[in-house]
Design a protein around this ligand. Sequence first.
Ligand code: COA
Length: 216
Amino acid sequence: MFDSDSALALFGAGGHAKVVIDLVEKQQQLPIAFLADDDAKLWGQPFYGYPVIGGKSALLSQWRDHPAFTCLVTVGSNPIRARLAAWLQSEGIAVAAACAHPSAQVARGVVIDQGTVLMALTAINADSVIGRHVIVNTGASVDHDCVIGDAVHLAPGVRLCGGVTVGECTLIGVGAVVLPNIRIGSNVTVGAGATVIENVPDGATVVGTPARRVLP
Ligand SMILES: CC(C)(COP(=O)(O)OP(=O)(O)OC[C@H]1O[C@@H](n2cnc3c(N)ncnc32)[C@H](O)[C@@H]1OP(=O)(O)O)[C@@H](O)C(=O)NCCC(=O)NCCS
């Protein structure tokens, strides 16, 4: 199954995986070896031209037989991505280095951790730090000195001003804007199109302009 010394395995064969596959193909650095997915209906089927070999046990046996790949979790849901990332870690399966679409702009001093993907037309500005298994989705921008936690999803078109902090597993919805130096907690949902002008506590859902708490 492996034609090279190193290859990528993707866990998750849904819509987000399609976007990541396109990115990886355009990046032309690592070949994709196969996908895995918990959904047994997908097993043995091709997905975007690559085989879905099975679920966790199939991935694990590939890893034990031939650990010449690194793995990216290609699931859009933050909690599920975080759970799968924890499983990879518990099994000692290597996580891929961050992958960036060729059009992504990454400035000086930026640090991006493993398993993170930067989609087309994204920009990460000076000295920002991006955690593990983060999705910076199409056209999103992260300005200078931001700190983004693990398993965050910055949805398409999000704009983070400078100095913003985002806690782990938070979703910032499509097109939302976050003003400078705002602190957004963990497991927060920021609604699509929101403008966040004040700090948001852990677990809250905020919507609108200016963003107001609706849940819990
Ligand atoms: C915020 C969000 C999670 C709320 O979803 P929900 O829990 O199903 O909540 P509801 O749809 O029941 O809405 C709750 C209230 O918030 C309002 N609301 C929901 N989303 C809103 C938004 N984005 N902006 C403004 N108001 C919004 C609803 O009108 C409703 O108001 P009401 O109680 O006065 O009727 C969702 O609407 C959203 O914006 N998700 C982001 C999706 C996204 O960007 N995903 C990334 C894809 S790549």
